[in-house]
Design a protein around this ligand. Structure first.
Ligand code: MSP
Length: 510
């Protein structure tokens, strides 16, 4: 089994500054990247910006800016967001970089050489906002305006010479690929959606545009620019130094383990992308996970509705870890979810401050007062001790399986349950009444500290800053964190010094 793990976010359009939807895709991806890292994998975590196409060209024109300068400025805000979200990404790719251009041109030539591309004429509907072609059946008229039924964005009629990719011939191989790789598309509901779409028949896909210039030119015909989605999807290869398939990055990390994307861009990732790759004789990625949307109230965020949620505002008000925790816990992964100050505040108060914060505070302060700032002696474990410790062993294999199926909900529920059990254990054992039985008092404190350590390791991918503060109490550094050590009930060494604890989360008074 290879111990390499390649995970990607979508690359974001730098047409406007980042919003909560972008932050969500990135935080979820970071969660998996950190989890795999502490499981001992060498992780490559990629994010970046998607800078070509008509959408960006038009946005730059409105601002009267040169498109590259325009992208330089906004792409920077996405790069800064990586820092604000404490992402552990290894690279940030921009599709205007030379390394990417080289990779896209090469892929185009491979497809051309393999006779997968032909020149013809496109006439049909196009949404600049989605950078997507739509058939008549996918269009509806609302208030006299023609819109895509799925995204609601405005479409316009396009008629121009265009290169086509022979997508239709990949219908059967794709269906076979989905059958042979039953977990290629997750969650399951989205997989069914894609399969029924492909079964309905695939038309050849227009993969070049002639009526504007902002893009990578078709190598053999510079009147055309390459369709922005063929350009953008290739970023996942460019970052691994494709076309140099002997490069160590490429060899180590391709095919990608999982592309985390929003459900809005599933068709591109689950149909077009594997078709391009199969046609070019490149292995498709192992998985595409299409998550739901973060709604503002009950609606999708959009500039025109003026309901954009700014992640930086929330971070300034509540802190980063509470936001990360909220998004991973309260939004059931795979489904839509929303965020409101009220829900976020109650999540901070109940889960973070009361459950986790309080557990750490109580146990460590008790230890300091009664034993001193050191790990107590271990005595034989009682049944109650073993019962709580065994939860980790008994669920370990399941946790790993659920992580590999991107089942965040299982992982979070396990933590919440363990937090609850840990608080109950400390309450029920009443170590403050055991001052005459030092042996038992020591054991209760030891077990409680062990559990805090285990829970903090589990929480690290979700709330890395706070979990690290707690792990630092035991002098465990970020590079020392190992997921498998949650199996070890005697990890902490008697007499080792521990450090004082600071307040982890401030309760928000209403
Ligand atoms: N540039 C393309 C992706 C190319 S990937 C090869 C694109 N960019 S985007 O900026 O419009 O959106 C990227 C992703 O942001 C979406 O797929 C989704 O993951 C995330 N979100 C954008 N709005 C969102 C919400 N309201 N909620 C959750 N995520 C959404 O599409």
């Amino acid at each position: 089994m290879s111990k390499n793990f390649y995970i990607t976010t979508p690359i974001y359009y730098p047409s406007a500054k980042p919003h909560m939807g972008h932050a969500y895709s990135s935080i979820v991806s970071d969660f998996f990247a950190r989890l795999k890292k502490i499981q001992g994998y060498e992780v490559f975590f990629l994010t970046g910006t998607d800078e070509h196409g008509q959408k960006i060209q038009r946005a730059a024109e409105i601002e009267k800016k040169d498109p590259l300068k325009f992208c330089d400025e906004i792409s920077k805000t996405f790069e800064n967001l990586c820092k604000s979200l404490n992402l552990s990404n290894n690279d940030f790719i921009r599709t205007t970089e030379e390394r990417h251009k080289k990779s896209v041109e090469h892929l185009w030539k491979v497809l051309e050489d393999k006779n997968e591309i032909y020149l013809s004429k496109y006439s049909g509907w196009y949404s600049v906002s989605d950078e997507a072609f739509y058939s008549n059946e996918e269009i509806e008229v609302i208030d006299g305006i023609k819109k895509s039924k799925s995204s609601g964005s405005k479409v316009e009629w396009v008629e121009e010479e265009s290169y086509f990719f022979k997508l239709s011939k990949w219908q059967k191989p794709l269906l076979k690929f989905y059958e042979q790789n039953p977990k290629f598309i997750l969650p399951k509901s989205r997989k069914n959606e894609v399969i029924s779409f492909v079964k309905g028949g695939l038309k050849d896909l227009s993969i070049s545009r002639k009526s504007f210039t902002w893009g990578i030119k078709v190598p053999s015909n510079t009147d055309h620019v390459i369709y922005v989605w063929l350009d953008a999807l290739t970023n996942y290869l460019s970052a691994l130094n494709y076309p140099d398939i002997n490069d160590k990055f490429y060899k180590k990390f391709w095919p990608a383990d999982v592309h985390i994307i929003g459900k809005d861009i599933l068709r591109f990732h689950a149909i077009y992308w594997p078709a391009f790759l199969l046609a070019a004789d490149i292995n498709p990625p192992k998985r595409v996970y299409g998550h739901g949307w973060i709604l503002s109230g009950d609606e999708k965020m959009s500039k025109s509705k003026g309901n954009i949620l700014d992640p930086l505002e929330i971070i300034n008000q509540y802190g980063l870890d509470p936001l990360r925790y909220y998004l991973l816990k309260e939004v059931s992964f795979g489904n839509d979810g929303n965020i409101s100050n009220e829900k976020l505040e109650s999540c901070i108060n109940s889960d973070l401050a009361n459950n986790y914060g309080n557990l750490c505070q109580r146990v460590i302060s008790f230890c300091e007062k009664n034993i001193g700032l050191k790990i107590p002696k271990i005595n034989d474990f009682d049944m109650e001790d073993l019962q709580i410790l065994d939860n980790y062993k008994n669920n370990y294999e399941d946790l790993k399986i659920h992580i590999d199926n991107q089942n965040i909900n299982f992982y979070l529920n396990f933590i919440i349950d363990q937090l609850f059990k840990a608080n109950k254990y400390f309450n029920d054992q009443e170590p403050w009444k055991k001052k005459d039985d030092k042996k038992r008092l020591n054991t209760i404190v030891y077990v409680s500290l062990e559990i805090i350590r285990k829970i903090s390791i589990l929480l690290y991918p979700i709330i890395p800053q706070t979990a690290l503060k707690v792990l630092n109490i035991f002098n465990i550094k970020e590079s020392d964190i190992e997921f498998a050590t949650i199996l070890n009930d005697k990890y902490l060494l008697t007499e080792d010094r521990i450090n004082k604890i600071e307040i982890l989360f401030k309760k928000i008074s209403k």
